[in-house]
Structures are given as C-alpha cells and as structure tokens.
Design a protein around this ligand. Sequence first.
Ligand SMILES: [Zn+2]
Length: 96
Amino acid sequence: MNIEHIENRARSGVLAVRWSDGSEHAFTHADLRAACPCSGCRALRLAGVAIEAPDTLRLTVIEPAGTNALNLGFSDGHARGIYPFAMLANLAAALC
Ligand SMILES: [Zn+2]
C-alpha cells in the first residue's frame, strides 16, 4: 500500500498517514520509535530488551527513503530506521 499524505502533529506527538485506499492511521511517535526496524533495534527486541520510547519522545526527521519507505529520526538521537510502507501498514493493523 502506498502513502498519499503525511501530517506530523509535533505537539501531540502523532504522525497521521493517509493510505492510497483513503484510510488513515495516526501513529504516536513513541509507537514508531518502539517499532524501529533498524538492525540494532531488531537485535535488542530479539534479545528481549524493551526499546525505551516514552510519550515525550518526538519525531525530528521525516524523509523519504526511496519511493516506498520513510527514514524516521527521533529526539533521542536515533535516526537509523528505514520504515517501508508495508511495514507501517502492518504496524497500523497491529496497533488497531
Ligand atoms: Zn533502531
């Protein structure tokens, strides 16, 4: 699924995404940080280590990564995660 529109609500810590089928999902910045798909965070999750993602955490970087992924960076300085649209769609379904 493609992303048609992204709106970052920095104050409330929400990234609202509209998909190509017209549906929308509002991710909290903390949920996105906790789901970071970079190799380091994947290794932590596999080891059973919870990733620290307090509600006060904010997105600081939102950049396209190719044509079907986003590079997201956070206020804790972590900016290694490339979030494919398909992964975000799965995350949205899991959080619903
Ligand atoms: Zn990560």
